[in-house]
Design a protein around this ligand. Structure first.
Ligand SMILES: [Ca+2]
Length: 288
């Protein structure tokens, strides 16, 4: 298995970084998966959820020569998270992470793998975030800035639109740019601001003082991890009121430090049974 590209160096904040942190603080929203129609900051304890955000770069036919060079991400997650950029694991899930610690990352985009076998430059940035809620409140709050070669930047924030997707049950390869099931994913729910102000008080948040700057990713990492490689762990679990399902967990997606009890598979990665699980979900939706 190819290891994650998680080595980084800490650098001081630039003016752009400070602007992005302010944008994160003022304009991004706490989001989560749609589990009922009224997400108000809380979610079942001990479960994980997966989120995807795709940012499509400007069309080079319209903006010739406008090349994305780096992306800076500012984020907080309750309680801890793994971050994938273009399918490459850049921040491993750290159970010791404190939700109040806001983090800032910078990644080069020029050599980002696009999930294809060619390793050609991607037309989009795909962020994959797995968030594990230990208990009580659960959420994800992000802002991103793309830096282009003409010194221009563009910014996006969580809760801004329906391009932030989240799923409780997520299929193999969910973090990859070429993930085939993306169209099945639902837009994430946004926590009402009056609730999030109480759940995650601003005075408790520790804003980043440094940025973790990453080097180029290993080429094609996102496209080479076999769906059922040697690191995969297959278990059979019973979901509440549901059928017995087999869940395949590639180690690359779960993180060795995260142990899941059967009850926690409500937010599990699904392998070969993805299709049957969708049927199961539909049965649930029909009240069976
Ligand atoms: Ca929590």
């Amino acid at each position: 298995m190819i290891g994650p590209s998680t080595s980084a160096t800490e650098t001081s904040l630039t003016a752009d970084d400070q602007q992005l942190i302010e944008t994160w603080r003022s304009y991004s929203s706490w989001i989560w998966t749609v589990e009922d129609s009224n997400y108000r900051g809380s979610s079942p304890s001990g479960e994980q959820r997966a989120f995807r955000k795709t940012y499509v770069y400007p069309d080079t036919n319209i903006f010739p020569g406008k090349i994305p060079e780096t992306a800076t991400i500012v984020m907080a997650a309750d309680d801890y998270f793994a971050l994938y950029v273009d399918g490459v694991l850049r921040h491993e899930a750290d159970p010791g992470h404190d939700w109040s610690k806001v983090m800032a990352f910078n990644f080069p985009l020029s050599s980002a793998a696009d999930g294809s076998s060619t390793g050609t430059k991607s037309s989009k940035l795909v962020l994959g975030i797995r968030v594990i809620n230990v208990d009580n409140f659960a959420g994800l709050k992000m802002a991103g800035m793309i830096h282009f070669n003409d010194s221009s930047t563009t910014t996006f924030v969580s809760g801004q639109d329906d391009s932030w997707l989240g799923e409780k049950l997520f299929q193999e390869g969910w973090e990859r740019p070429d993930f085939a099931w993306e169209s099945q994913w639902k837009p994430a729910a946004v926590c009402p601001s009056n609730v999030s102000r109480v759940s995650w008080p601003e005075e408790k948040m520790q804003l980043p003082q440094k940025v973790l700057v990453f080097g180029p990713a290993e080429p094609n990492v996102g496209g080479l991890i076999p769906p059922n490689g040697a690191d995969a762990v297959t278990r059979t679990v019973t979901l509440a009121s549901g059928p017995i399902v087999t869940v395949t967990q590639p180690a690359h997606a779960t993180g060795a430090s995260v142990r899941l009890s059967p009850g926690q598979f409500a937010g599990a990665l699904l392998g070969a049974v993805a299709l049957s699980m969708l049927v199961f979900k539909e049965e649930l939706a029909r009240g069976k």
